[in-house]
Design a protein around this ligand. Structure first.
Ligand code: ZN
Length: 160
């Protein structure tokens, strides 16, 4: 308990490992009616398949399959837990928040101890992935499932 910073790192590492070992919402949905989208990160070989069941503007269910590094797979699991059951507007807001987290650049990191611009409390467990930005090559791993989710949302037919 001597160093708050490293305790937080440990907590984040634990969350990431937990989601990697026990991925949430793993599986498939019948498609159609579910939207099925695939994502691939050639830099690392990460693959993800996302199934979305959207009804009345709400993401009723989300399932995914995938393989790859711990960052890509835990990010996918964290994402599924964060967006399941939310309205599409809320899902898009969560995506925007996560993207912001992944683009908090050196300016924030350079000033050690300075609070990031993103509201970490609003992110919940997603905050565990913020350490990824220290390793730019891993950002593509962390954002793969999110970009795939965006792709799926873009396939939604506008109903209004
Ligand atoms: Zn990866």
């Amino acid at each position: 308990m001597s160093n708050l910073g490293s305790n937080l790192d440990d907590l984040y590492r634990e969350i990431i490992l937990d989601h990697y070992r026990s991925p949430r919402n793993r599986g498939e949905l019948e498609s159609p009616p579910a939207i099925r989208v695939e994502g691939f990160n050639p830099l690392c070989g990460d693959e993800i398949v996302v199934y979305l069941d959207v009804e009345d503007g709400v993401l009723k269910n989300i399932k995914m399959l995938g393989s790859g590094c711990s960052i890509s797979q835990s990010s996918a699991s964290l994402m599924s837990a964060a967006v399941k059951g939310k309205s599409i507007d809320q899902v898009r807001a969560t995506i925007a928040m996560f993207k912001q987290l992944m683009t908090v650049q050196e300016s924030t990191l350079a000033h050690d101890g300075e609070a990031p611009k993103v509201d970490v409390r609003a992110l919940g467990e997603l905050a565990a992935l913020q350490g990824v930005i220290k390793f730019p090559v891993r950002i593509k791993c962390a954002t793969l499932s999110w970009n795939t989710l965006i792709q799926g949302l873009d396939e939604l037919n506008p109903t209004d």
